[in-house]
Design a protein around this ligand. Sequence first.
Ligand SMILES: NC(=O)c1ccc[n+]([C@@H]2O[C@H](COP(=O)([O-])OP(=O)(O)OC[C@H]3O[C@@H](n4cnc5c(N)ncnc54)[C@H](O)[C@@H]3O)[C@@H](O)[C@H]2O)c1
Length: 351
Amino acid sequence: MSNSSRLKGARILITGHTGFTGSWMSLKLAALGAEIHGFALAPETKPALFDLADIWSAFKSHTLGDLADFSLLSDTVNRVAPDAILHLAAQPLVLTGYAQPLRTFMTNTQGTAHILEAARLAPSVRGVVAITTDKVYAPDPKALPFTEVAKLGGKDPYSASKAAAELVIDGYRHSLAAWKRPMRIEVARGGNIFGGGDFAPHRIIPDFYRAVQSGSPLKLRKPNAQRPWQHVLDLCEAYRLLLERVLGEDARSPGENWNFGPEAQDSIKVIDLIRKLEAVWQPMPLEVETGLHETLTLALNSNKAHSELGWTPRLSLDKALQWTADWYKAAIQHPDDLPALTRRQIEAYDS
Ligand SMILES: NC(=O)c1ccc[n+]([C@@H]2O[C@H](COP(=O)([O-])OP(=O)(O)OC[C@H]3O[C@@H](n4cnc5c(N)ncnc54)[C@H](O)[C@@H]3O)[C@@H](O)[C@H]2O)c1
């Protein structure tokens, strides 16, 4: 069976579908002919991509609920009876992790356990693709760029909650045989994701958009921190490949961990990213602030995804920033065009 025909008609439950990545991924899966269902909180930002680009119209059903509510989550999984689950829902911000550590651990760690348990109990589910982050790795300059076998760690609540989610996943993977429950759990670890429609606080490109809107200077927390910058559609393609794998014939493997990082030249300092963004958008006055602990340098080795999945980033950093600037400029000047523009960018990426 060819890869693309596996998703056509497949029933996929997406957690976190009301968020930034979830919105892009939902449209991509719908365009591939999947029947999509969602589970998440209502959009948390105003504005939100989910509303601006009419994402809701792509769903067969969507449930607004909290991952903490196992009974609602489990009922949703049983009602939808998905072939696979894409688990994106999370509290995804390092700074919010410091402000709300319990919510962060509840959502990211316990929430992952709830998803896996609901999946285990639902016979329709062939596998789960769980999205963690490059921040699951224990900071160690000697281990850079991290391969999938590098040590897990986490020096702040967000990083620790995602590393702990991976321990939960490993515990489930290793117990599947004892439960006689064939199911794959694939884990995707990506870097700093950007693209049109992200309005989260404390993220550099949404901050740039807000500075354009308000006319005030852009505040930079760590201008010299180097980050693996990636367009959201390169990650969505990675998640598609893992969903195809989960839907494949071979359920004997309990699943693996995968790094999806950018090409080496696209891991650049925050300040250099801003200079590139200014070139495709507009000049921006800057202010430098001191912030809380955040890992200074992160880099991923993605050789395994290149060789075993055939995944490579398709968009150069310059092109990805151009598409992103186009999207935010439209949000300011032609908001009515956003549903069509978002779908055009997905089509252009996939063509
Ligand atoms: N954006 C990045 O740079 C980046 C980098 C690496 C990994 N990730 C991971 O990718 C995933 C998606 O990130 P994003 O940037 O799209 O986030 P986002 O904040 O835009 O979306 C998060 C989604 O999770 C849902 N959610 C949050 N708490 C929930 C709860 N308690 N119950 C149910 N739903 C809940 C929200 O409603 C939303 O739909 C997350 O797992 C994140 O950790 C993101």
